[in-house]
Structure formats: structure tokens, C-alpha cells
Design a binder for this molecule. Structure first.
Ligand code: AGP
Length: 615
């Protein structure tokens, strides 16, 4: 989950690369480094820690001016976050510099081979072997792209590699397998990056790279081939958001900005997807309605927050389509020998589109003959490219590691897929679909209203900052919301937090309840004399009788919970299945504020990265 930038053009390569790394720092911040060909050699600088450390190093020891360069910000896999393990890595002669995202799984035998041939590899990383192999191959062909192709054929695992060579000072070469790399095409200047955010300030014209491809940037343009050297067909596209979208825009953190952007993200994800008659038009879902009609099982695969969206999707899919729906942790899915066939529709949910666990699960599903529909927020990323169809969410770039607006738009997309399946199978018709889509359209305003009432939630969070445990309870679609609230608190406040199905309390977890223990309860709607509502009121009474401090999220007008809520958080009334869209927001705000009160860095929590591109 590292950030990589490469540049060839007429600007200061160092300035372009450093600015690009700043935009990618959310992908990993254990160390950072740069390399530029200059004065017949390579000039490099690298420092452990955040990019600011490298900035300081460069201001004290500037590198020579150069119009070509590469850079890297690291999330450590092999070898700790030290200066020596920071990228770029060089060969012994210091003529080749390479940066890498991913894992070279066969680096140990390659390292042993190189040592036998007299190479000295001082770092603990897997990446370093690539610099030495490139040096060897380059000495035989004097062509960095060809050297890269020859080296890539020997590598196993997932990798994005970008390299420069002192003897080819106007060229940057990259390669990718199972790891993100995208090309930016400017006016006489070209970019390579893990994510378009790195070069969007310069150009919004991008080229998507496919699996096992090598790309060469030179002043003459961009050349893409397979690892075997055959020219590759590539897809160009225009990025539909601008550089300002990737900025904090005055918010204290990207996370706060992205929480605030949720009403727009929800509205944008709905835009243009239903016509006046109430018929859904998901034209980008390139699965013929006839095939959808034959679907007899849906399996959702995802990780983390995206998995929680899948758990909620299950309720909607089964309710609106009457097709069984399983939800699987992507990292477990392919190892349990799942039952899949041509009638199975696998839905892969991923904000980044690069999560390796989800990608490998998707590949397994396709090998078993299942059709795969991706729900993704990143145009041109690997998961949609390897799926049969994609429904993009339009949340805009999500920079904060903790997923917020992407989650809400994943829910919207899941509801749309469920309705689309229902429409294709004839279990749902224009009138009901129109009603649900109208309710969905109203959610944007409902989320806005929730965001306007969050001050008591922030005060509560600050008052609980000293606590070391918070529990979360929910029933029905409120249960995945409870899991998501617990995950947010774990990943931001680094504290023990756990979500439970409220009905499970008496089967064990109630033993955890003790005096003044904060327990957040997501209450279902009381409307229609919901049986579930009555049960959750009993659950609240049970935990309160044992000393819990109850924080109840309940819809406006629900008076039954009032006597048992030490803290009451109101959300607008919504249809049952859509409640997660409003009930999740207070939990995001709660976790963000509590983590901030603890002095944590909410955009870049410790040990985490935005996109987990290793298994
Ligand atoms: C959620 O806050 C985390 N950032 C993490 O659980 C994330 O949802 C998960 O890694 C999946 O990422 P993806 O949506 O990019 O595949």
C-alpha cells in the first residue's frame, strides 16, 4: 500500500514528485524517498518517517535540478521503517534506482543468486533485488524498458515497479502486476502514479494500465507493452474530479471533509440512474437482463467497511429479489471452497478497487464460472477492470484511511443493484422501484440534517476519550451498523470496541457489561409496532440494569427508548432498509472526535493504509 510517483517533462521533477507524494501519503507513511538522474549519475534522498522528514533532508541537502525523477512513500512490508529500508533502492554501482509497491514473493532465492554473483544487498527489503537485476539486464541491452520486461518475467507476487537509470536520464519505466499504476498524460510531460491524485493538478487525462504490462515514459510520449514486449492496447480516460477535490478545503482533516461530503456523495451516486418512469438505468452494469434473470444466488465479497456494506446489502437483496445472498470476507472466501456456478452473481465491493484480498477472491469466483459485478469508487482500478460489470459510486476521492462517504455510497449502490436485480427478475416494478429510489433521493437531505445536529455527539465523544472500551449493539440492518461503528473506533482511537447483534447479548456478551461501560445501541424504527424495536428496548433495559451507560441512536419520535437512554442521538425516520444511511453518520463523527480528543492523527491512523494491496 505504498505511494509511487514518476515524472518526465520540463518542470522540476523533484517538485512534481514531492507534490505527488504528498497527495499519496495516505497510502503509507513509514518512510519516503526520491531519485533523479543528474550529472551523469543518480541523485537520491530517503528518510524514515513521514514525508516531512524527507522535505527537511532535501532542504538541507538539495538534489541537482532534473526533469526526470521517481519517488515513493512507504507502508512497510519487508524490513522496518528505517532509512536503509526506505525506497528508492539502488544497485551497488548506484546507476539504477527502483521504487516498489507490493510483495516480491520469490525475493529470497533471487537475493541468494545475486549474492553468489557478488552483489551486496544491505537492506532488509524484497525490493532491493529488483535494482540489482535491472542493473544486470540493462548492462546487456542498454534499454531500461527491455531490462524491466526481462526482470518482471522472473518475479512472483504483486508489484508496481518504477525505475530510472543514470545512462537513460530522460526515461522513466514502470511495470505492474496485481498492484495499481496509472499514467498521466500532460502537454509534453508524462506521469506515473499509484493514484491519479498524484498528478491531477497537472492533467486529468489518464491511461489505465493492464495486468503484466511495462510502460516507458520519455519526452516522445508513452509506450506500453506486455512483459513479452508485444505492444499493448490501453484505455485512455478523463478523470472526473479536480485537484481541489483532493484537498482538505479548510477542514481540519480529510476525514471531517469526507464526512461532510456525504450528502453530495449520496446524491451523485444516484444521479442519472433512474428515469422518469421509475425504471433503473444502470447502463454500466454490462450484464444482460436475461443473465440476471437466471441468477439464483448472490455472493458479496469485500473487506472491512466494505464488508459491512455487504452485510446490509444482504437484507436489501433478499427482500427485493427473493434470491439468497451470502456475504463473505474476501480474505476467507476462496479458502473455504465456495459453491459457485454460472448462475451465481458475485458482487465485489471496494472503494479503492485495489484491495488484494478482494481481487484474489474475485479471480477465484470467475475461475468457478460466476459473473462478477464490482461496486467501486475508483475509475480504472484493477477490480472493476477484472469484473464482468461495474457500478461506480461517485463519492469523489476518499483520502482519509477510515472510510466514510465511500461506505454510504456503497450502500446506495447495493440498494440500486438489489432493485436492478428485482427489476430484471420481475419481482420489482417501476412503481415500487420509483418509491424506493425517491426514498433514497431523500436520504441526501436526511444525512445533511444529521450532520447539523452532531455537536452533542462530539461532546459525548470528548467525555468518553478516557474510556478503554465501547460496545455497539444493533438488530437487523442495525447490526452491521454496530460493527461499522466499532471498526471506526478501533481504527481511529486505537481502543477496544466491539459490535454485537443485540439478540446475542444474553448468549455471552452481557457478561462484559459493567458500571458506566459505554454501550451504543442502534434502535430500529418503532413504526409499524416493530417487534424488533420492542426487543431492542428490552436489550437497553437489560444492559442499563447492569450499569451500562447507554447511548441510543433512535429515530425522531421514538419515545419508548427515552427512559433508558443516558444519551439520545436522533436521526430522521427512514424506511427500515435505508436506516444505515443515517444511523452510521453519528458513529463516524463519534469515532473521529474521540480519536481527535486522544490526540490521534485521524487521516493516517497508525499501522493502517488506505488501500491494502497485499494479502
Ligand atoms: C475502513 O475504514 C478501512 N479503511 C478498511 O476496512 C477498508 O474499508 C477495507 O480495507 C476495504 O478497502 P476497499 O473498500 O478499498 O476495498
Amino acid at each position: 500500500m505504498c505511494g509511487i510517483v514518476g515524472y518526465v517533462g520540463s518542470q522540476s521533477a523533484l517538485d512534481v514528485v514531492m507534490a505527488g507524494l504528498k497527495r499519496l501519503e495516505y497510502r503509507g507513511y513509514d518512510s519516503a524517498g526520491v531519485a533523479v538522474p543528474a550529472d551523469g549519475g543518480l541523485a537520491t534522498a530517503k528518510r524514515a518517517g513521514k514525508l516531512v522528514n524527507l522535505d527537511k533532508e532535501l532542504s538541507e541537502h538539495p538534489l541537482p535540478a532534473a526533469a526526470t525523477g521517481i519517488g515513493h512513500t512507504r507502508w512497510a512490508t519487508h524490513g522496518g521503517p528505517t532509512d536503509a529500508n526506505a525506497h528508492p533502492h539502488l544497485d551497488n554501482a548506484g546507476r539504477v534506482a527502483v521504487v516498489h509497491n507490493g510483495i516480491i514473493e520469490n525475493f529470497a532465492p533471487l537475493r541468494a543468486e545475486l549474492a553468489e554473483r557478488g552483489h551486496d544487498l544491505p537492506s532488509e527489503t524484497d525490493t532491493e533485488v529488483v535494482a540489482h537485476l535491472l542493473a544486470e539486464e540493462f548492462s546487456g541491452c542498454a534499454d531500461l524498458a527491455q531490462a524491466m520486461r526481462l526482470v518482471c518475467r522472473r518475479l512472483e507476487g504483486a508489484f508496481t515497479l518504477v525505475a530510472v537509470h543514470a545512462d537513460a536520464p530522460d526515461v522513466v519505466v514502470g511495470a505492474r502486476r496485481n498492484s495499481p499504476l496509472v499514467v498521466g498524460v500532460g502537454e509534453g510531460e508524462y506521469f506515473l502514479a499509484s493514484d491519479v491524485a498524484a498528478f491531477i493538478a497537472h492533467t486529468r487525462d489518464a491511461v489505465e494500465l493492464g495486468q503484466d504490462q511495462v510502460v516507458e515514459l520519455s519526452r516522445d510520449g508513452v509506450t506500453v507493452t506486455g512483459f513479452d514486449g508485444t505492444p499493448a492496447d490501453v484505455r485512455s480516460y478523463h478523470v472526473d474530479w479536480d485537484a481541489s477535490a483532493a484537498e482538505k478545503a479548510g477542514y481540519a482533516s480529510f476525514m471531517l471533509k469526507e464526512i461532510a461530503e456525504q450528502p453530495k456523495a449520496v446524491a451523485d451516486t444516484l444521479l442519472g440512474r433512474v428515469d422518469g418512469s421509475g425504471t433503473l438505468s444502470l447502463d454500466e452494469v454490462r450484464i444482460p437482463p436475461g443473465v440476471l434473470r437466471e441468477t439464483n444466488k448472490v455472493v458479496v465479497i469485500a473487506c472491512g467497511t466494505a464488508y459491512h456494506a455487504g452485510l446490509i446489502a444482504k437484507y436489501a437483496i433478499e427482500h427485493w429479489t427473493r434470491i439468497p445472498c451470502e456475504v463473505e470476507l474476501a480474505s476467507e472466501f476462496r479458502y473455504r471452497d465456495p459453491i459457485l456456478d454460472q448462475q451465481t452473481l458475485v458482487v465485489a465491493i471496494s472503494q479503492s478497487g485495489e484491495t488484494m484480498d478482494t481481487l484474489m477472491a474475485l479471480r477465484h469466483a470467475r475461475e468457478q464460472g460466476a459473473r462478477v459485478l464490482a461496486i467501486c469508487n475508483t475509475n480504472g482500478s484493477t477490480i472493476p477492470r477484472e469484473s464482468d460489470a461495474v457500478l461506480y459510486t461517485h463519492a469523489g476521492p476518499e483520502v482519509a484511511v477510515a472510510s466514510t462517504k465511500a461506505f454510504l455510497t456503497q450502500l446506495v449502490a447495493c440498494y440500486l443493484v438489489a432493485l436492478y436485480l428485482g427489476q430484471a427478475r420481475g419481482t420489482k416494478y417501476g412503481d415500487e422501484i420509483r418509491d424506493v429510489v425517491r426514498d433514497l433521493a431523500g436520504i441526501s437531505g436526511a444525512v445533511e440534517r444529521v450532520l447539523g445536529t452532531m455537536e452533542p455527539v462530539r461532546e459525548l465523544a470528548r467525555s468518553l476519550a478516557h474510556k478503554d472500551t465501547v460496545l455497539f449493539l444493533g438488530r437487523h440492518v442495525g447490526h452491521p451498523v454496530a460493527l461499522e461503528g466499532a471498526l471506526k473506533l478501533k481504527e481511529l482511537a486505537y481502543m477496544h470496541a466491539e459490535g454485537f447483534a443485540a439478540g446475542e447479548l444474553k448468549h455471552g456478551p452481557i457478561a462484559l457489561i459493567e458500571e458506566d461501560l459505554p454501550v451504543v445501541v442502534v434502535a430500529p424504527s418503532p413504526r409499524g409496532r416493530s417487534v424488533l424495536h420492542g426487543k431492542i428496548v428490552s436489550n437497553i433495559q437489560e444492559i442499563r440494569a447492569r450499569g451500562a451507560r447507554t447511548v441510543v441512536i433512535a429515530e425522531e419520535g421514538d419515545e419508548a427508548v427515552v427512559p433508558y437512554a443516558d444519551h439520545l442521538i436522533r436521526v430522521p425516520a427512514t424506511p427500515t432498509l435505508l436506516q444505515p444511511l443515517v444511523a452510521t453518520v453519528p458513529l463516524q463523527v463519534f469515532a473521529c472526535e474521540l480519536a481527535t480528543a486522544r490526540g490521534n492523527e485521524v487521516d493516517q491512523p497508525r499501522n493502517l493504509a488506505k488501500s491494502v494491496t497485499v494479502e
